[in-house]
Each structure stands twice: as C-alpha cells, then as structure tokens.
Design a protein around this ligand. Structure first.
Ligand SMILES: Cc1cc2nc3c(=O)[nH]c(=O)nc-3n(C[C@H](O)[C@H](O)[C@H](O)COP(=O)(O)OP(=O)(O)OC[C@H]3O[C@@H](n4cnc5c(N)ncnc54)[C@H](O)[C@@H]3O)c2cc1C
Length: 457
C-alpha cells in the first residue's frame, strides 16, 4: 500500500523498465477471515492513494477480482499470460493461508517460466530467524526483544527510496469507484488515508506526544497513543520508517534515551513479537490456544451474555464504553481492549475465540497476529500471557485509568448526569436508562480462577 520503502516495488523497478501494479481482491476470503468492512474500506481508500502515487511513476494499478486465495493463482496467471509478464514481485505475508497461497503461486509460476521474486518486509527480522541460545523459538517477549536488538544490523534499517518513473504503458489503471461505494462505512471519517498523511501524523505525534507516551498511554480519554496500527498493518507505512523516525527524535537511539519514545518502540516490537509467534507456532492462528491445557476449559456457551458484551450493554461502564468506541470508530484503546477481553474470557467465562472473531469483524486495525496475541494474553491461554489468577477488575481499572469518567461519558451518553463518585459502577443505573451489572465481579472472578486451577491440576 505504499511507494516508499516497498521492497517488491523497489526491486521490480530496478530490474525492469515496464512495471504494472496488481491488486487482488478476495471478498469471499475476507468474509471467511472475518475482515471488518471498515478495514476493507480503509484498504480501498489507501489503494486509491497508491494508484495516484504509482501513476506518477507511469505504473498503472490494475485490480483483479479473485474471490478467494484458492482462486488467486489462476486469476493472476491469466493476467500474466494476457499481458506477457515476465516476472512477479511480491512482499511476503506470514499467516498460514497467505503463506499457502504464495507457495502455490511460487511453485506454479516458476515451473511455467515466470521469474518470481519475493521479499521480507512486514517486520525487521524475518520471522523464524531469531532463536534462543538452545536454538528454539522465543515464546516470551523480554528475551525476544533482547535478541531483536542484539541481532539488529544497520543494513536492516536502510530505507528504500521511491522508485524513478518507468516507461509509459498502454495498459490503464482500474477504476476503484465501485469498490469504494460498495464498502462505504460511517467510521471512514476517523481514518484518513494515504502514506503522506500517516508519515506527517507520526512525525507530529513523536514531536508533540512522544516523550509523554509512557506516562499517558494507558488513559483512554487522552489522545496519547499514535493511532498507527491500521496504517502499519495495511502496509501504508513500514515499521522500518517508524523506527527510523523514532530515532530521529531520540538522538539516533532506539533502546535508550527518551523514555516515552523508547516505550513506543517497545510497543512496535510487541507487534513484531506476535508476527514471529504466528509464523513459528502456526497452531495459534488455527483455532488453537498456545498453552495446551487451556483447550479443556469448559467455556460457557451463552448467546445472550455474549450479545450484551458485543453491544456494550453489560452494565459495567468501562467495558461498555470500550465496546461502543469500537463499534463507532473501528478502533479501541489498548487499555480497554485488555479490560473487555478479560471481562469476556474470565468474568463471563466465554471462549476468547468469540471475542477474537468479533474484534476482527469490527476493527480497522484487525490483525490476525496482534489480535490473536492480545486475546490469548488476556485469556491466559497464550505466549507470555497474564497468569490466570491475575484478573483485572474493570471497576478498579476504570477508577485508575478513567478517574473522572470522561471516557465513559463520551461513549455512554446515558450516564452523562451520573455523578463521578458513581460513574465506575452506578448504584441505581436504571434511573439513567442504563442496565444493571450483568455479573457480580468478585464472584465471577473467583469462579474463573477455580475453573482454570481445576483444569490445570
Ligand atoms: C484483546 C486485544 C486485541 C488486540 N487486537 C489488535 C489488532 O487486531 N491489531 C493490532 O494492531 N493491535 C491489536 N492489539 C494491540 C493494541 O491494542 C493496538 O495495537 C493499539 O491499541 C493500537 O493503537 P496505537 O496505534 O495508538 O498504538 P501505540 O500505543 O501508539 O503503539 C504503537 C504501535 O505498536 C503496536 N502495538 C502497541 N501495542 C501492541 C500490543 N499490545 N500488541 C501488538 N502490537 C502493539 C501497534 O502496531 C501500534 O500501532 C490488541 C490488544 C488486545 C489486548
């Protein structure tokens, strides 16, 4: 989704005078993978920006409809034959089905004489390349991060420039109008598109909010985080560019210096960690918990309770505020993501996979690796997860991180007249037209701990 620091584009342009950009839509596949409409619309809006940028380089952007990954090799093959294409360049994706698709293309096209060049791009170290001293894959973040820094080579942070213009071609770019119209969503207004936009935005973020990030990042009412996730996950900007920018505002340092910026870098590395986990332990993206014993947790199958959580009607204000923020904007603050995820998987004892799916259906930054990682962390089923007995209490979390209830009042207008002393758990919520708490927090917490400890044995 970008022309700056794009290895496939860069190398295609180095090796050939004639270059075509191709984008494959796979609507059926996206539906099967629960990709949110908000996110798909975001992709197309960024694609429109990409088209403009590519056309400046005389590179047309052609959109091909393939419906599914299974269909993608055939659709691409037809295009290659019709246009006498000699070589295919692409950047790697790491989820299981994407890898399967790309391996098929690699194999089939090479056998038929098409040059195939694929590049590592999404994170700094190639997934699978970082090992513990005993040669194993990392499953704990801190040693992973230590190794990440130890193995970092300056070359890995060299930015690839925007390519020089190519020869003009007779083939024209596709019209994206129908895709934009079909995926139109109300949340689009929160997510401006384009690589120029996000680069300026991050520059401004680091300049004005970088140093305060560590202190303020946990307060959902403060706009203290970068709102970078949808852009990073969709490839509108590279993690390399973000890290270089962080260095620029921190005297050339990544792991020392300004505490706020160093902490922001460490969050970007959580994203890298979960991508390595996804690649090294593919079971996590195939309906499996990382910690095997948790397969036997007797999750409650209660559709009514699940629906209350989904709709932001649990009667626990901070939980409902988080869920309503996501429904309205396509994004939820990290603190509330943790709170709502623990509430579902512990207090309600409902399978974390229900929450994982619902998040994917609504998040503009929905990402298999980070979403799965965040959910398995919260449910105590994953790598480096929260221990099952350490359950966040949403009421005390709310008092600590939304002390004046501003975030709650923003997303739950029914509670606008509720006094601050009661905002975290109103005594008589019906007077505001707001529901009573659906569970007793202490009892449900105890029940979750008992269930986990019994299964663990
Ligand atoms: C249950 C749950 C589900 C989540 N689902 C997703 C998801 O689908 N997609 C997603 O990108 N993130 C997910 N996260 C992680 C995190 O909530 C978001 O990355 C963050 O809120 C994005 O906001 P930001 O860009 O302002 O982050 P910042 O605080 O500005 O951080 C900068 C970047 O670091 C990365 N990052 C920050 N925190 C995390 C984290 N805990 N795990 C992985 N990467 C992180 C993101 O790429 C983020 O853009 C989830 C967390 C939880 C607890």
């Amino acid at each position: 989704m970008r022309v700056l620091d794009n290895p496939a584009l860069h190398n295609a342009c180095l090796n050939s005078q004639e270059v075509i950009g191709v984008y494959l839509t796979t609507f059926k596949q996206w539906e099967m993978q629960n990709d949110a409409k908000t996110k798909i619309n975001f992709w197309f809006r960024n694609l429109e920006n990409l088209k403009t940028e590519l056309e400046k380089l005389n590179i047309p952007l052609v959109v091909l409809d393939a419906e599914t990954f299974a269909n993608s090799p055939k659709v691409l093959w037809n295009f290659i034959q019709e246009n006498d294409v000699k070589s295919l360049y692409f950047n790697n994706e790491y989820p299981f089905y994407e890898l399967e698709r790309d391996r098929q293309i690699y194999h089939d096209f090479r056998e038929n004489g098409v040059g195939i060049f694929n590049y590592h791009d999404q994170v700094i170290h190639q997934p699978g390349s970082l090992k513990t001293t005993t040669g194993n894959n990392f499953s704990v973040y801190s040693p992973f991060k230590k190794k990440w820094f130890a193995e970092l080579d300056d070359k890995q942070l060299e930015l690839l420039p925007i390519p020089e213009p190519k020869s003009e071609l007779s083939i024209k770019s596709s019209d994206l109008g129908k895709y934009l119209a079909e995926t139109k969503v109300s949340q689009a207004k929160y997510w401006e598109s384009g690589e120029d936009f996000i680069r300026n935005h991050i520059n401004e973020f680091l300049k004005t909010k970088g140093s305060a990030y560590k202190e303020e990042r946990n307060f959902p009412n403060i706009k203290a985080t970068s709102m970078l996730s949808p852009y990073l996950n969709s490839g509108v900007v590279s993690s390399k560019w973000c890290l270089l920018k962080a260095m620029e505002f921190n005297n050339g340092l990544l792991d020392d210096g300004d505490k706020g910026i160093v902490h922001w870098v460490s969050e970007i590395l959580w994203r890298e960690f979960y991508r390595h986990i996804l690649y090294n332990f593919p079971k996590v993206s195939r309906d499996q918990p990382f910690i095997s014993y948790t397969k036997n947790i007797p999750w409650r199958d209660d559709q009514d309770d699940l629906n209350k959580w989904k709709e932001g009607k649990t009667g626990i204000p901070i939980v409902d505020a988080g869920m309503r923020e996501m429904l309205a904007t396509g994004w939820m603050h990290n603190r509330t993501r943790m709170i709502v995820a623990m509430f579902l998987s512990k207090n309600l004892l409902i399978n974390w996979q229900e929450g994982e799916k619902y998040f994917m259906e609504h998040l503009v930054d929905g990402d298999l690796a980070s979403n799965n990682g965040g959910w398995q962390w919260s449910a105590s089923t994953g790598t480096d997860a929260a221990p099952y007995f350490r359950i966040m209490n949403p009421e005390t979390q709310s008092m600590r991180f939304d002390p004046e209830g501003k975030y709650i009042k923003k997303w739950i207008p029914e509670l606008k007249d509720c006094p601050i002393s009661q905002i975290h758990m109103p005594e008589n919520p019906e007077q505001y037209g707001y529901p009573k708490a659906m569970v007793d927090l202490k009892e449900s917490r105890k029940k979750a701990i008992d269930v986990f400890s019994e299964i663990k044995g």
